[in-house]
Design a protein around this ligand. Structure first.
Ligand code: M6R
Length: 341
């Protein structure tokens, strides 16, 4: 059933080009399209990895189509419900996460239009929300979310595309090819460094900040190495005190408006002796020269960089967990779906 792969997680990582492609190909129904076009503000509620895709959406949607977006953790929302206006979207692979369901019910009670983005047709969120946008990841067995994360991003990027009147049609219909390329990326040196570490920082700016949070979550979840996802500019406001020659920093530094400031953050971290693993684009020799390990991803549109950088981080967590002989598909203390609050 693992189709020749050692773990479901690796199989699911390799299924991501298809997961993204199928979700884009399925498109968005007229009703969901109308709902998205009518929204003058969007609130997303989610937990864990789904919370990270929601945060990525916020950065991208606010900058690319100027719509105000807020993101709330399901577990906080129920007890500290913010004033709500506009469309509320529940993002949940399983559609059964108790905190996300509770938040969605609160939004319904306040008469907000609601949309569920889920991988599970007929799940609880689909029965509560007014409309559903189905991700086409197929069944995900491994506890760690990978192909569902990519399919969530596909669905959320489709929403951005709708708001931008199809401006990203071409980018989205070819993105799976770049995801395919990155699956073959050599990362052994970086894995060796992470497998020896007790603490790892993952840093980025803009949408790469939540991408870093997701990289850190994957690392913690399956390798049990302590990892923190941070906004690169915030490190100097405290965490710099933790940087030593034994604290690797995984930094995402690709061509985007924050490239320059990100590169100077990397130099500051190097000056504190932290070994830097940088994810940058092919051909960026300047960056490659100032870091310890350089992992290249294809030079593509920002939306695609978000996907490919995420896949590299999944592979890094996966191979680190294997090097440490962890139970990758069933990490300790965790369940695939958290159905209690
Ligand atoms: O099914 P959901 O997307 O609602 O699940 C939310 C989280 O429990 C989930 O994303 C969790 O963080 C992942 N298993 C992490 O890989």
């Amino acid at each position: 059933r693992k189709g020749g792969f050692t773990h479901y997680m690796l199989k699911e990582i390799y299924e991501q080009p298809q997961s993204f492609y199928e979700t884009i190909r399925a498109g968005i129904s007229e009703r969901v399209r109308k709902m998205v076009m009518e929204a003058d503000e969007i609130t997303l509620v989610a937990c864990g990895t789904s919370y990270h895709t929601a945060l990525i959406f916020k950065y991208l949607a606010e900058s690319l189509c100027s719509i105000p977006v807020r993101v709330e953790m399901g577990s906080e929302f129920k007890y500290f419900t913010p004033p709500l206006r506009g469309l509320v979207i529940a993002v949940s692979q399983s559609g059964e996460t108790a905190d996300t369901i509770a938040a969605l019910k609160m939004a319904k009670a306040r008469n907000c239009p609601t949309l569920a983005i889920t991988n599970m047709q007929g799940s609880t969120v689909t029965r509560i929300a007014d409309q559903t946008l189905l991700m086409r990841a197929g069944p995900e067995i491994s506890v760690a979310a990978t192909k569902s994360y990519i399919a969530q991003l596909a669905a959320l990027m489709e929403i951005i595309n709708v708001r931008c009147e199809g401006a990203f049609d071409d980018v989205l219909s070819h993105a799976h090819l770049a995801i395919e390329d990155v699956l073959l990326q050599e990362i052994k040196e970086a894995v060796d460094l992470c497998a020896k570490a007790e603490h790892i920082f993952f840093v980025g700016r803009g949408p790469f900040y939540p991408v870093s949070m997701e990289g850190a979550l994957k690392m913690k979840e399956i390798s049990y190495v302590h990892a923190e996802g941070y906004a690169a500019g915030e490190l100097k406001h405290g965490p710099f005190a933790l940087l030593t020659s034994e604290t690797p920093v995984v930094a995402i530094c690709t061509p985007c408006p924050t490239y320059g400031v990100m590169a100077s953050n990397i130099k500051e971290m190097k000056a504190r002796r932290a070994p830097i693993i940088a994810i940058g684009v092919f051909g960026d020799t300047e960056l490659a020269e100032i870091v310890d390990i350089f992992i290249p991803i294809p030079k593509t549109h920002l939306l695609v960089q978000v996907l490919t950088a995420s896949v590299v981080l999944q592979l890094l967590a996966y191979h680190t967990a294997c090097a440490l002989q962890r139970d990758v598909d069933k990490p300790r203390n965790l369940a695939k779906s958290v159905t209690v609050e």
